[in-house]
Design a protein around this ligand. Structure first.
Ligand code: 1GP
Length: 250
């Protein structure tokens, strides 16, 4: 079974999945072990690893540590084509559809494809759509692209459908890490209702009510990063995850 099939099986069983985002950067050295324990105890369905920028050469070593501590699917969510490793189970093969910067539409993908091939790493083609979450995001800065305004629902829908018709397996609505506003339930309902592929929603998700609202609106996967990294006690995090599982239509 592929990693994508494993995640989809969990999504079918639980209605929706909660994915933890761990940034394997130097700033989290010394905390990764505790974070993985929180992830496991909270009953997350999978772990995304990646960051906009890794400030040293220990990306792969940190992935190895995470892998040694958990059996959960470990999927790279790459900030660039440099973030690849055979330690992971799969990589989100992202195309930043909301932007018009060819480097992030196809350039990074061409750079990484031969390495992915030689690593025999599973790819999960993902249409990545950056929304304005009320703060300038790292993705916006690093990709030199503009986020889509969340009120332009028809334009966002057009991008999501284009991703589906290009053959993406997932559409990821991203409001940026630490966003003031996560994607709204109304927008998620519109997009998820039109798509035949699962919708991933991330950026600024901090409360169980937000998780419930997004899952009720049709999100198949919710991504939780900052809440796990900075603010949440293990109990608070477990509540977020439980809101995804208990709201989903299993
Ligand atoms: C960012 O969607 C993720 O790429 C997670 O966002 O850190 O705000 O949870 P947060």
């Amino acid at each position: 079974m592929t990693t994508f099939e494993r995640l989809e099986e969990k999504r079918s069983a639980r209605g929706a999945c909660a994915l933890a985002l761990l940034d394997p950067d130097i700033k989290n050295d010394g905390r990764l072990q505790e974070m993985v324990h929180t992830v496991t105890a909270a009953d997350f369905d999978g772990i995304l690893v990646g960051g906009s920028l890794i400030m040293d050469e220990r990306f792969e070593a940190r992935l190895g540590l995470i892998k040694s501590l958990t059996d959960l699917p470990l999927v790279i969510f790459p900030g660039s084509s440099r973030q690849l490793s055979r330690v992971a189970d799969a990589v989100l093969f992202l195309s930043l559809l909301s932007g018009r910067n060819p480097q992030y539409l196809i350039g990074e993908q061409v750079q990484s494809a031969p390495l992915i091939h030689s690593l025999c790493l599973e790819t999960i083609p993902t249409g990545y759509i950056l929304l304005d979450g009320g703060a300038v995001s790292s993705v916006q800065v690093m990709s030199n692209t503009n986020p889509l305004p969340p009120e332009k629902k028809d334009i966002i829908l057009a991008h999501a459908l284009a991703g589906q018709y290009l053959g993406m397996k997932l559409i990821f609505l991203e409001s940026g890490s630490g966003a003031e506003n996560s994607a709204g339930a109304g927008l998620v309902e519109l997009i998820a209702g039109a798509l035949e592929i699962p919708l991933v929603v991330g950026g600024g998700i901090r409360t169980k009510d937000t998780v419930s609202g997004l899952v009720q609106a049709g999100a198949g996967y919710v991504v939780i990063g900052n809440a796990l990294e900075k603010t949440g006690s293990p109990d608070d995090i477990a509540e977020l995850v439980s809101a995804a599982h208990h709201t989903g239509n299993s």
